[in-house]
Design a binder for this molecule. Structure first.
Ligand code: HEM
Length: 480
């Protein structure tokens, strides 16, 4: 009784009560970020709900996000235990799910300084140019035949190829990987990581594997393990290839077992980080590009304005280069507006409390899961006028940027766990969007009007379009 009355004096944030054992899991449907946005309208921007046995806090306004990701950043800088990361990512040894601590700090430093620094990503600019050039050429053939292309599939393939060359140093054909193919297995892993798993919410039943997920996760892990082992061996054998740009695996191998290196990483860590880099760069950039092009096709006025800017800054005699990007201000606004309305990870990656904490007068218990609803934040009517409208001009003369300082726009998160691949992601998305609308005009198939284009999402670790974007290209440039 004494304990209970003491606990009761601690004021939890408001929220739905829920049932024994399952808590409020039944309130989350196909689109949890939409359901949570609606619930936040009723309970407020800091909301508490029990999902299974796990106390969960949902954060849905810029001010509240600042409290969790800046004021109390350290307390919430860890990740909760996660069945998929445990079974697929070598016991959460990857960067995105590693618990906060010295191991996470080490590998985060290595990824930020050695793999994702401006200098390192610029060493791959020629490779990006080559791969995008190949893709543009094949779209040009479709344009000459006036047939629709599956833009979603093209963008995903192109990103997968660029990712493989950056991380592994070469493209691998699907057959070299597994009978299902590389992209299919990565997507199965992402799907398993995103599908609600009872074991995450009611941990004591996890070993029963009632949904059969653990079995599938272990299978995915075996495929990755075999493939990454092969890649590491190939890299060790061809270590002394002079003159070759060092890919991510080369860089990490140079630290393995080295006494001089400050990074203590072994084969297993390398495999976990490879998976992080592949998952981190493949789906995120393609999802953002796909949404940007969808919005541009849906809003012909904006598309014309981006094309006009490209004509002025780049001209019509050559294709866009990475060095042009900083002068393309309107394109930058289009990308910001896209990520505001279509954040790639609408609930970020879950954070977790490392100790009891008082936030805005509310008691947040140790080990609570924290979900930041950036989808709701990007549509917060107190921060954005006409929030549902795609209107890049809202950023004219505004200092709001998406690097994590302005909490009304945090598609890359913010603070210690913010995205370390932001610069790479932004470069790829801007370049791809610019190339696709500079080289081509786009028209929807079967006489569909721009306003009729559906914008339905599919929820997962990333949130892409539910239906592939199909469009007919027409060439705009003479030279490609
Ligand atoms: C448009 C592209 C991208 C978007 C929108 C994006 C978004 C995000 C978000 C929302 C988070 C979670 C932040 C949090 O939990 O607070 C994250 C984390 C992360 N991202 Fe990205 N990302 C992108 C590109 C990339 C790229 C290209 C890479 C690497 C090649 C990458 C690697 C990572 C990693 C490793 C983490 C986990 C960091 C940690 O937990 O310490 N991301 N990203």
């Amino acid at each position: 009784k004494l304990w209970k009355s003491k606990e009761n004096t601690k004021k939890l944030p408001p929220g739905p009560k829920g049932f024994p054992l399952f808590g409020s899991l039944h309130l989350l449907g196909k689109f949890p970020h939409h359901d949570l946005q609606k619930l936040a309208k009723q309970y407020g921007p800091i909301m508490h709900m029990r999902l299974g046995l796990i106390p969960t806090v949902i954060v849905s306004s810029p001010e509240a996000a600042e409290l969790f990701l800046k004021t109390h950043d350290l307390v919430f800088a860890t990740r909760p235990p996660h069945e998929a990361a445990k079974h697929i990512s070598w016991e959460q040894r990857n960067l995105s799910f590693a618990p906060y601590g010295s191991y996470w700090r080490d590998i985060r430093k290595m990824c930020t300084l050695e793999l994702l620094s401006s200098h390192k990503i610029s060493t791959f600019s020629e490779m990006r140019k080559e791969e995008i050039g190949l893709s543009i050429k094949s779209i040009r053939e479709a344009a000459l035949d006036h047939v629709a292309v599956d833009l979603s599939a093209r963008i995903t393939c192109l990103n997968a190829d660029m990712t493989c060359r950056m991380v592994f140093g070469k493209k691998y054909s699907d057959e070299e990987f597994d009978e299902r193919g590389f992209k299919a297995v990565v997507q199965e892993g992402m799907h398993l990581a995103a599908t609600p798993n009872l074991g995450d919410y009611i941990p004591f039943i996890a070993p029963l594997d009632l949904q059969g997920f653990t079995k599938r996760m272990k299978k995915v892990r075996r495929v990755f393990d075999e493939f990454f082992e092969k890649i590491i061996d190939e890299h060790i054998q061809s270590k002394d290839d002079a003159g070759k740009t060092k890919d991510f695996v080369d860089v990490m191998l140079s630290f393995m077992g080295s006494k001089e290196s400050e990074y203590r990483i072994e084969r297993t860590n390398i495999k976990a980080i490879i998976l992080d880099m592949v998952a981190g760069s493949m789906d995120t950039s393609s999802t953002a590009t796909e949404w940007a092009i969808s919005e541009l096709i849906k809003n012909p006025r904006v598309l014309k304005k981006v094309q006009k800017e490209l004509e002025t800054v780049v001209g019509m005699d050559r294709t866009v280069e990475e060095s042009d990007l900083e002068r393309l201000e309107y394109l930058d606004m289009v990308v910001k507006e896209t990520l505001r309305l279509h954040p790639v990870a609408p609930l970020l990656i879950p954070h977790a409390a490392m100790e009891d904490c008082i936030v805005n007068g509310f008691h947040i218990p140790n080990k609570s899961r924290v979900m930041i609803n950036v989808y709701a934040i990007g549509r917060d009517p107190n921060s954005w006028t006409d929030p549902e409208k795609f209107f890049p001009e809202r950023f004219v003369g505004s200092s709001v940027d998406l690097r994590g300082r302005d909490f009304q726009l945090i598609p890359f998160g913010s603070g210690r766990r913010g995205c370390p691949g932001m610069q790479l992601g932004l470069t790829v998305v801007r370049l791809l969007v610019a190339q696709l609308v500079h080289c081509f005009d786009w028209e929807l198939p079967n006489g569909m009007l721009p306003a009729e284009l559906d914008m339905e999402e599919e929820f997962g670790l990333t949130t892409p379009r539910a239906n592939h974007l199909m469009a007919i290209p027409t060439c705009r440039l003479q030279k490609y």
